[in-house]
Design a binder for this molecule. Structure first.
Ligand code: KIV
Length: 271
């Protein structure tokens, strides 16, 4: 049973309180008004306008092509639907890696033009200067470590990260640095459950996992994956709560059939 379900507005402070009290944080992606409305009314804690929109909404193979303007379009649509959840928006590839001034101006555009509550950035120590600059403008930042899809061409594959001791130690150091810099939470993607558990235990800020096991402070999934709208992608960590691909396709096939056979519209469906 959720102690926080009656909270009217989820803030970064509520998330920290949830970690302290041991209540797990629920987070899902959304990229448009209609889906965000459903997800928010179900009382999700955090909605992430992820740059996974690049794959899910635009059909690109990676998250790299999506632009800042496109992220702003998605985020503004989501914010118009949301009453309760904390809305976090990904800074897309190329909008913050150049320098901290560029990072700040991208973050400001997101906050000003969408009304979102926070931004998320991928990376560790190398982006700390940008994180501090963004925070100094009063913009909350969520970190993202482990598998960071914007660096896919450096990694070469989407397999589990930080299995080796050296990378695990670097991840621990990066997580400390992000907390020290002032991030209010961190996403850990596709890392061994034990390592993720150690990070969550060490940090005071919430650690939200995707493919990072159960010992973290919350979970995030891509909405279209957990609803089964996407169906070619089946990593081990993904639990599908529905098979909407088949259901939607079935509904469309029935509609086509009804149109062709003159079953639709019937007497009651016309003026
Ligand atoms: O873009 C995204 O959807 C994400 C989640 C996978 C955490 O970053």
């Amino acid at each position: 049973m959720s102690v926080y379900s009656e909270v009217k507005t989820i803030t970064t402070h509520v998330l920290k309180a949830m970690k302290l009290s041991g209540e797990k944080i629920s987070m899902l992606t959304a990229y448009d008004y209609s889906m965000a409305k459903i997800v928010d009314s179900a009382k999700i804690d955090v909605i992430l306008v992820g740059d996974s929109a690049s794959n899910v909404m635009a059909g690109y193979k990676t998250t790299l092509p999506i632009t800042l303007n496109e992220m702003i379009y998605h985020a503004a649509s989501v914010v118009r639907a949301v009453n309760r959840a904390l809305v976090v928006v990904d800074l897309p590839f190329g909008s913050y890696q150049g320098n901290s001034k560029e990072a700040l101006s991208s973050a400001i555009r997101i906050m000003k033009e969408t009304g979102a509550n926070a931004i998320k950035m991928e990376g560790g120590i190398e982006i700390v200067e940008s994180i501090k600059r963004i925070l100094s403008a009063g913009i909350p930042v969520m970190g993202h470590l482990g598998l960071t899809p914007q660096s896919i061409h450096k990694f070469g594959t989407y397999t589990v990260r930080a299995k080796e001791i050296e990378e695990a130690e670097k991840l621990m150091t990066d997580a400390d640095a992000l907390q020290e810099a002032g991030c209010f939470a961190i996403v850990l993607e596709k890392v061994p459950a034990n390592l993720a558990g150690k990070v969550a235990e060490k940090l005071k800020i919430p650690v939200i996992g995707i493919g990072a096991g159960a010992q973290v402070d919350g979970q995030v999934l891509v909405l279209h994956d957990m609803l089964g709208i996407t169906h070619e992608f089946s990593p081990r960590f993904l639990r599908r709560y529905h098979n909407l691909y088949t259901e939607i396709k079935g509904a469309v096939e029935t509609y086509i059939q009804d149109v062709k056979t003159l079953d639709f519209p019937n007497e009651r469906e016309q003026y």
